[in-house]
Design a protein around this ligand. Structure first.
Ligand code: BG6
Length: 481
């Protein structure tokens, strides 16, 4: 498929980490795959005083190394011809005039994508200046990188400011988890098959676990991370999106608003947490020194005595007919014993059993987003030989092996969707604000709580308190099952 949409992609924050590590390499992959209009142009923009050659030199050293496949010097040479650079200071109106002239000088441009890969405090001023120079017409789309605010109020303020200059259908709020193939596959699994959906409810499912575990610590991001923490960095967005995709009803169609309406209903059906619920059902923790690895408090740029959480586990409940009574356990952590993102549905016990085992373990469906994209349905089968015992075995599909074809990284899919005007994999304002609203009581409780975060050893699966959270309901985290 060759997109017919010609574009100018204006990339604010072009010298930053995200642009260098992800956005440019993903655009390269789209270029190699023939998915970019031949005349599509990438206009890197930042405060740094550089010209195009200077910027390309940075791209050469900082970005090229992140291209892990399909690299050839020839393709690279043709890709970088798309790249131009302009120095723009967000507080300087004249710079925006030059930007507008550069973009408008190109008559054949079908649409303009402005990607704000900057700190959120620049979103409103950048939008105002863009509007000032007429770069907010119907052919302009604006992409907002997370974190979109630090709480409900600040996210509402940003959204209100942006809405002064751009219509909702021009705004693309990124959550890169929605760009992951495996998360989109969940919709196919649920809604393009007959066999799963009838079981996908509180009659058959006992509990659901959503995990994003990372092995890395906060690395060099101590300063950003310390004012952010795992709740804002991962729960409010990535885990919330995994929850929505797992729990939502079938949308009327895959059109953007049909999908987003259903996701919103899930967030709105989450049982609001009281402060007592937060005490009982939310665990926050920080990694501590272990096996030669720093504890969080020893990391670079982390202030002494910081209470910022690097781990969160939450027991959430969805008050609707399908899910009432089923705990949804959400957890994420840095410096955990493994890197995995997965959704686990634990089914209920058999009401009656006739095999020799005292109680065969219940079925379990594991949808792994990463490191491998796989679906495993743990099923009882007969243990070979005499006797009538059964044992749990996975019916397992590794998507990468089962289905040939190039698997694009999340950001590639999302960038192409913006260029082509497809909003389904981006957050609508009401969704995002509903997600903030739900996490607010957790933040408020922590701010006022005399109790510090729990500790968990670096390279472990989290604090004991998180184990206890599940044990109360007779549940266990997946790695212990
Ligand atoms: C980002 C967070 O949004 O997601 C990071 O800011 C985190 O802290 C990252 O490491 C995880 O993404 P992925 O795709 O590697 O699971």
């Amino acid at each position: 498929m060759n997109t017919q949409t010609n574009f100018d992609l204006v990339l604010f924050g072009a010298t930053g980490d995200l642009a260098m590590r992800k956005l440019l390499p993903c655009l390269y992959q789209a270029h190699v795959a023939g998915l970019l209009h031949p005349a599509g142009r990438i206009l890197g923009v930042s405060r740094s005083e550089l010209d195009t050659a200077g910027f390309l030199a940075k791209v050469e050293t900082n970005s090229k190394i992140h291209i892990k496949q399909n690299f050839s010097e020839e393709a690279w040479a043709s890709f970088i011809k798309r790249i131009h650079y302009l120095t723009v200071d967000v507080t300087n109106p004249d710079d925006f005039k030059t930007l507008a002239d550069t973009v408008k000088a190109r008559k054949e441009t079908d649409n303009v994508v402005v990607y704000l890969s900057t700190a959120p405090k620049f979103f409103a001023p950048a939008c105002a200046e863009l509007a000032n120079v007429g770069l907010n017409g119907g052919n302009v789309r604006i992409v907002l990188e997370k974190p979109l605010g630090t709480d409900l109020k600040s996210s509402q303020e940003i959204n209100t400011d942006v809405a002064r200059y751009f219509k909702e259908e021009q705004v693309y709020r990124i959550d890169h988890y929605l760009g992951k193939e495996a998360l989109q596959n969940l919709l196919a699994l649920r809604f393009a098959n007959l066999v799963f959906e009838p079981l996908w409810n509180n009659k058959y499912v006992k509990s659901v676990q959503l995990t994003i575990a990372e092995q890395l610590g906060v690395e060099e991001r101590g300063e950003f991370y310390d004012i952010t923490g795992a709740l804002r960095d991962m729960v409010q967005n990535h885990l919330m999106q995994m929850l929505c995709m797992t729990a939502m009803e079938a949308p009327k169609s895959l059109d953007a608003d049909d999908v987003r309406d259903e996701k919103l209903k899930v967030i709105k059906s989450l049982k609001p947490l009281t402060s007592a619920d937060v005490d009982a059902d939310v665990v926050r923790a920080q990694y501590t020194e272990n096996k030669g690895m720093n504890g969080y408090l020893q990391e670079h740029n982390v202030p002494a005595g910081s209470r910022t959480e690097t781990y969160v586990a939450v027991k959430a409940e969805i008050n609707n007919e399908r899910w009432a009574g089923v705990p949804f356990y959400l957890r994420t952590g840095k410096r955990m014993a493994g890197k995995v993102a997965e959704i686990v549905l634990n089914f209920r016990d058999l009401p009656n059993h006739i095999f020799e085992n005292s109680q065969p373990a219940p079925n379990r469906l594991v949808i792994e987003l990463q490191p491998t994209e796989s679906v495993r349905l743990y099923t009882q089968v007969k243990t070979p030989g005499a006797g009538n015992k059964v044992e749990l075995t996975a019916l397992s599909v590794d998507m990468g092996k089962a289905i040939q074809g190039r698997r694009a990284e999340a950001y590639e899919r999302l960038l192409l969707d913006v260029i082509n005007g497809k909003l389904a994999l981006f957050n609508r304002r009401d969704e995002l604000e509903a997600a903030w609203e739900w996490v607010m009581p957790i933040m408020e409780n922590w701010e006022n709580s005399p109790t510090p975060p729990h500790g968990y050893a670096a390279d472990s699966w989290g604090p004991e308190a998180a184990r206890e959270l599940l044990a109360r309901n007779g549940d266990k985290w997946h790695e212990e099952q």
